[in-house]
Design a protein around this ligand. Structure first.
Ligand code: PLP
Length: 403
């Protein structure tokens, strides 16, 4: 049980100290209790935390957002990433007048009913053929009719994408995708994949929803859309946007987001806590802290040092493991493969039991990370070379005697 955190370190209730590489599923882009954010919150709290009305804090946060993310002509704040993806789908359906949408195997977009299909891993024999995947709900309590409007496809496979878009493209309101598959660890898009997806969706009049809840404000000021040069219709954000505060955002062109303006035909987006003043103050301060030019090169430098170091550790110890990803986010896979390229690779070739064992051995050595292989290692602006040195030494020791 964790008790407190400072910078890149956390302490449990027994006083044990750990270096935190989970960073609240990536939300803590500046680590724990950053002094600037502590000051921001304390000062804002003294003036009132929330008004359920537009505040200058909200407009300041949105302006800062727009400066960093070029596709964000308009920004709408929600309280979580799940609410953002839910709203994005509603906007896409309203804008296109279409009902169905496509999601990819292994992608997680929050816990809204229609997204909860094949977001978990399963034994390979349950997956069905790639061209017609078995449809496996992730939760009880969802009527099966909810999924009638969902087309499911494998990700990172251009031929499969072309096939499915040919068959269903013109009836799809949206295709929703993570730019990097971050919920099966860290799986990068093949060269040109996101660009081809952009072309095909545009040809079909289908909205491309880029779910940057994990990747936004992490890889570049403008997220993966900037990094990979892909222009979505609608984007969703969360996690790092709030630096530890609960927030999400939907962004896109005015023509789409204006559908939320009050009228008889509006797209409804209510919520008592939307645009919460305290959170908006944190968002503005956070984006201000991320804006300086050196921020992202430094995140990449520290992350790449950890990745290169871990690769050497596994090589030195003759452990069959790969480290996938780059810069501020990566994952370790115990596998005989050279790369894990999609959901099916993950389900087939990744030894998740071994990973859990490895992470538990790290935990005993002061490294805090979740044993779930489906998540990923996170580098924040609080991590230092010294943290990476401790990680590598601990990883070296953890390799010895690994079953
Ligand atoms: C890609 C992606 N989209 C959406 C969400 C949902 O965000 P939240 O947990 O803030 O509701 C997550 C959460 O992990 C996510 O990884």
């Amino acid at each position: 049980m964790l008790e407190r955190g400072q910078g890149s370190h956390v302490w449990d209730i027994d006083g044990n100290e750990y270096i935190d590489f989970m960073m609240s599923f990536g939300a803590l882009i500046h680590g724990h209790a950053h002094p600037t954010l502590v000051k921001t919150v304390s000062e804002a709290m003294a003036e009132g935390s929330h008004f359920a009305a537009v505040t200058s804090a909200e407009t300041e946060a949105a302006e800062q957002f727009r400066r960093m993310v070029p596709s964000a002509e308009v920004v709408r704040f929600t309280n979580t990433g799940s609410e953002a993806t839910m709203l994005a789908l509603r906007l896409a359906r309203a804008h296109t007048g279409r009902r169905r949408f496509l999601k990819f195997e292994g992608h997680y977009h929050g816990w809204y009913d229609p997204f909860l299909l094949n977001a978990h891993s399963h034994p390979p024999e349950q997956l069905g053929p790639a061209e017609n995947p078995a449809r496996i709900p992730d939760s009880e309590g969802i009527p099966s009719s909810t999924f009638d409007d969902v087309i499911l496809a494998p990700w990172n496979d251009v031929a499969a994408l072309e096939r499915v878009m040919k068959m269903h493209g013109p009836e799809l309101a949206a295709v929703i995708t993570e730019p990097i598959m971050a919920n099966m660890g860290c799986i990068l898009p093949r060269d040109g994949y996101l660009q081809r997806l952009r072309e095909l969706t545009r040809d079909c009049g289908t909205m491309l929803i880029l779910d940057e809840v994990v990747t936004g404000f992490r890889y570049a000021p403008g997220g993966c859309q900037e990094y990979y040069g892909v222009a979505p219709d609608i984007s969703t954000f969360g996690k790092a946007l709030g630096a530890g505060f609960p927030v999400g955002a939907v962004t896109g062109p005015r023509a789409i987001l204006e559908r939320m303006r009050w009228s008889d035909h509006m797209v409804l987006h209510y919520g008592t806590f939307n645009g919460h003043r305290l959170t908006m103050k944190v968002v503005a301060a956070n984006l201000d802290m991320l804006a300086p030019e050196g921020t992202y090169p430094r995140l990449h430098e520290i992350g790449n040092a950890a990745i290169a170091g871990l690769r050497k550790v596994f090589e030195r110890n003759h452990v069959k493991a790969i480290v996938q990803g780059f810069g501020p986010m990566f994952q370790i896979y115990f596998t005989e493969r050279e790369a894990i390229r999609d959901y099916r690779d993950y389900c087939r070739y990744v030894d998740v039991r071994r990973y859990s064992q490895f992470v538990h051995r790290l935990l005993d050595r002061g490294i805090y990370m979740t044993p779930s292989n489906g998540l990923h290692w996170i580098i924040s602006t609080a991590h230092t070379e010294a943290d990476i040195a401790v990680l590598l030494e601990s990883a070296d020791q953890a390799c010895a005697g690994l079953a």
